[in-house]
Design a protein around this ligand. Structure first.
Ligand code: ZN
Length: 402
């Protein structure tokens, strides 16, 4: 699963026809429950199955299922309501008939899906908190109010939740990731088979790169070939033309990380492509100050901390004042609220990337939260340091993006 693109709402959703559908829904839900039960629910997917709507819908994913990333065959494209428009069910099958009728014709709530994902998902939509009251449609508001268990590819970055192994299996270190995998059946045999064949393709590419490296170390000039191969790898990394981009990116990143420091391929070339794949921006010369020891100094712009020690959520934005001089930021709070934790999380995130793995401990992850724990620090030059802390079988697993 990967983040899906934003596509402008088709005109159909602003048409009088849709306004009429919405009016019918509002009048249905303004009736008392027992009267509603006697009337047929007034939404039908067929109303949305217009060619124009489907054409725009599949643009969101490049003609792939929003959940499993399989190519959508023209014969069947399910218009999936991420939040079901009727009878939303939790994991035990408990149903809420009032959720989420007001999102029935909401463009941001619609994703293209394959037949199997759509059949698996049904009307399930488990939430950790309580279901939203009527009429909230902002994804961000709904996310914070409900704490949904399903990962929303139109709102979050699913690549932060999922990992893949060389057998083509998908797994996650978060509860939400696991619920999503199980509910949609993302480890069904057909998917594993197809992903595995892609793993084999990637493996052959990795082997060729390794062989070129060996040739290089024996004195043969391989520069042109190296360029071609890394370009090919980058194409695999970026192209949404083929299915299962989430897995491809995960495995390529892992491969790039494992290319050891003394690998015979040009270090400069490796780091150039590494930067392209990890979205690391080159540091602009005017965005830092060199101190007398030649150390580059950046300004911290924002700090966000979640589920670390006693902190649930902490955000601070050090915006410059109009005077262009940095102001003072003072943390005030009772003993134990987490003032020192803010400083220690910041310090631990800012140590050299090679040491960050060792700087966090499992006991520092908030135990009563199933949600992710992370520290995110952004600087004035658009660089970000991020540490996300997972917890699998009491072992802290730390993913670093910088
Ligand atoms: Zn699917």
């Amino acid at each position: 699963m990967i983040k899906i693109s934003i596509v402008e709402e088709p005109k159909f959703f602003k048409s009088d026809k849709v306004k009429g559908f919405k009016k019918i829904l509002i009048s249905h839900f303004s009736k008392e429950q027992f009267k509603r039960n006697q009337t047929k629910f007034p939404v039908n997917d067929i109303q949305l199955q217009l060619k124009d709507v489907i054409t725009e819908l599949i643009r969101k994913t490049g003609n792939k299922c929003a959940y499993c990333e399989s190519e959508l065959k023209n014969s069947f494209i399910a218009i999936d309501h991420f939040r079901p428009y009727y009878a939303a069910a939790d994991l035990k099958g408990k149903i809420s008939t009032d959720h989420y009728w007001w999102l029935a014709y909401h463009w941001n709530n619609l994703y293209p899906a394959c037949e199997i994902c759509s059949l698996n998902k049904k009307n399930f939509f488990p939430v950790l908190k309580s279901r939203s009251t009527v009429n909230y449609s902002s994804k961000s508001t709904l996310f914070h109010k409900e704490a949904p268990m399903l990962i929303d590819p139109g709102f979050e970055d699913p690549e932060e939740y999922f990992e893949y192994d060389i057998n083509g299996e998908i797994y996650s270190q978060t509860e939400r990731g696991n619920v999503t995998i199980n509910l949609l059946g993302l480890n069904r045999s057909e998917l594993i088979k197809q992903r595995k064949s892609l793993v084999l393709d990637l493996d052959s590419l990795f082997s060729v790169i390794n062989e070129i490296g060996e040739l290089n170390s024996s004195g043969v000039s391989t520069e042109t070939k190296e360029n071609d191969l890394f370009e090919m790898l980058l194409e695999y990394f970026n192209s949404n033309k083929f299915p299962y981009l989430g897995m491809r990116r995960f495995l390529i990143r892992k491969y790039m990380q494992n290319l050891s420091g003394n690998h015979p391929l040009s270090k400069r070339r490796r780091s150039t492509y590494f930067m392209k794949m990890f979205k690391i921006k080159a540091i602009k010369k005017d965005s830092y100050i060199d101190d007398s020891n030649g150390v580059k100094q950046f300004e911290i712009r924002t700090i966000d901390i979640k589920n670390y020690k006693s902190i649930n959520n902490f955000s601070i934005d050090f915006k410059r004042t109009k005077s262009k001089k940095a102001g003072w930021a003072i943390l005030i709070g009772e003993n134990g609220v987490g003032k020192s934790s803010v400083l220690s999380a910041t310090l631990k995130t800012l140590v050299d990337r090679n040491y960050r793995n060792f700087s966090f401990h499992k006991d520092e992850i908030k135990r009563d939260q199933d949600e992710k724990a992370f520290v995110n620090i952004s600087f004035n030059n658009s660089i970000e340091a991020r540490v996300s802390i997972g917890d699998k079988k009491n072992i802290p697993t730390i993913k670093i993006n910088l």
